[in-house]
Design a protein. Structure first.
Length: 225
């Protein structure tokens, strides 16, 4: 890629679709996100069918900010359809519901992030940026519930991990298993976030880990968290 092409890519705004069945939530949220220099809200949707239509018709879409409880087609089903039909589009769930069933259903459907509506604007913006970059972001409450759920379902410690994982990769996986985001992992290990991302990419490839939620399960199963 040429230097000019790289510069254009850096300057390109993230194209986002906001989905919520309540106009009183959807419209202010779209307006607030639009204030960010690197985010362009290209469409708003009131249900899952409108989400799919928006993604298909709005040109390239990077991220869908998805409510779960919507009429016609709910957010979980819309997420599943997007994962199958538009796998390049990242989904970040933004919902009032943080129960185990909602969390696990959304993550299993392919959501890359999960926030509750207690999240502030900066938290939502960070989650959108992270999802567009291929990272998973979970609200602290969601992390805690996911960890608690996984701990009740995984077998006793002893799950196998690849033998070629480095000690540093094992440390990173341990901290992911404890619910730490990349920045906190970097601070704890005294390395850069870029280095953390490299370790995560390597250990995901070696261990066949699909996403951050899967990494949490694997870490707990292996007795690391």
């Amino acid at each position: 890629m040429s230097e000019q092409s790289e510069q254009r890519e850096k300057q390109r705004k993230l194209r986002v679709v906001v989905a919520d069945d309540q106009a009183a939530v959807r419209e202010p949220l779209a307006a607030v996100l639009g204030l960010s220099d690197d985010i362009d809200v290209v469409a708003a949707a009131a249900d899952g069918t409108q989400v799919l239509a928006a993604v298909a018709g709005a040109g390239p879409v990077d991220v869908v900010l998805m409510d779960l409880r919507m009429p016609v087609m709910d957010g979980t089903e819309a997420t599943r359809r997007l994962s199958e039909e538009h796998p390049q589009v990242a989904v970040v769930v933004l919902t009032t519901f943080a129960d185990d069933d909602s969390i696990l259903a959304a993550l299993s459907a392919g959501a890359r992030g999960y926030l509750t509506k207690n999240a502030g604007r900066q938290d939502i913006v960070r989650a959108i940026r992270a999802a567009a970059a291929g990272q998973s972001v979970l609200d602290r409450e969601v992390q805690d519930r996911l960890l608690a759920t996984v701990r009740t379902k995984v077998p006793a410690p002893g799950g196998e991990l690849p033998g070629d994982m480095t000690p540093r990769e094992r440390e990173v996986l341990t901290l992911i298993g404890k619910g730490l985001p990349n920045r906190a992992i970097a601070e704890q290990l005294f390395i850069s976030e870029a280095t953390v991302k490299t370790h995560i990419n390597n250990l995901f490839a070696k261990a066949g880990i699909r996403d951050r939620a899967d990494a949490v399960r694997r870490a707990i199963a292996a007795g690391l968290a």
